[in-house]
Design a protein around this ligand. Structure first.
Ligand SMILES: CC(C)(COP(=O)(O)OP(=O)(O)OC[C@H]1O[C@@H](n2cnc3c(N)ncnc32)[C@H](O)[C@@H]1OP(=O)(O)O)[C@@H](O)C(=O)NCCC(=O)NCCS
Length: 212
């Protein structure tokens, strides 16, 4: 964990930001997304990062939904992913690695793979630590997951759930092409509050892969 967490991603990001000054924002973003993130299989050595990036019960519910309990522990994560790699695989959890630095900067999963209907759910999307958010990593991660789902798993449809207050996540998914399909009103309880979530979907025919 420590080797990834302490490494110097900031140098590369500064270079990217510097490049953005000279180019149109759209052009720089396309280049950035084409090269910035690669998916690597999620494994035990990444557990501590998820624990570290999940400082409260509210935040854990926001990114992981109700399936994980706060505080996250290594034992909980080991139980959660035990057998996930055995076929037939219904879930593909990944860590997101920044290609320039080799640092792990996120997590995401294609889960609930339904072979009969060629559909699945994008879930547990997280960029960490917090200071790396809002720099395009999330969009790059989602694009990589979508590409894997459509090209490697040969799926027809992807969907996801996102709390309606999570505007950064909704914007990130919209940039990749997901559209809002509905709202599950007050579907999750957090303390005295009810949280509503949006269902978003993307069909293979609507997907426009970015080329570098
Ligand atoms: C959601 C998340 C994965 C997105 O990753 P990211 O690297 O921050 O996202 P990006 O930088 O690629 O894109 C974020 C977009 O949201 C916009 N945005 C950021 N904060 C926003 C806000 N408060 N309101 C509206 N839009 C916002 C950004 O401007 C950007 O859009 P733009 O490219 O059109 O300018 C990341 O923010 C995260 O880990 N959040 C915490 C965990 C979480 O909520 N996960 C989602 C579970 S469904």
């Amino acid at each position: 964990m420590g080797s990834h967490e302490g490494s110097s991603c900031s140098r590369n990001e500064r270079n990217i930001e510097k490049g953005a000054e000279a180019l149109s924002p759209g052009l720089e973003r396309r280049r950035y997304h084409a090269r910035v993130i690669e998916l690597v299989p999620f494994e035990e050595s990444h557990f501590d990062l998820l624990i570290q990036w999940s400082p409260s019960a509210e935040f854990l519910l926001q990114w992981a939904g109700p399936g994980l309990d706060f505080p996250l522990t290594r034992e909980q994560l080991a139980g959660e992913f035990a057998g996930a790699a055995r076929p037939p695989r219904a879930r593909h959890p990944f860590a997101a690695r920044a290609t320039d630095s080799g640092r792990i900067v996120g997590h995401g999963e294609i889960g609930f793979v339904d072979r009969r209907n060629r559909s699945a759910r994008l879930r547990r999307i997280l960029i960490g630590p917090a200071e790396l958010r809002g720099k395009g990593h999330g969009e790059a991660l989602v694009r990589a997951l979508v590409r894997f789902a459509f090209e490697e798993l040969d799926l027809h449809r992807l969907e996801l759930g996102v709390f309606d207050f999570n505007q950064a996540a909704i914007r990130c998914y919209e940039r990749v092409g997901f559209v809002r399909e509905g709202t599950l009103r007050e579907s999750r309880r957090r303390g005295d509050e009810w949280w509503s979530s949006c269902v978003m979907g993307l069909l293979r025919d609507e997907w426009r892969p970015q080329r570098s």
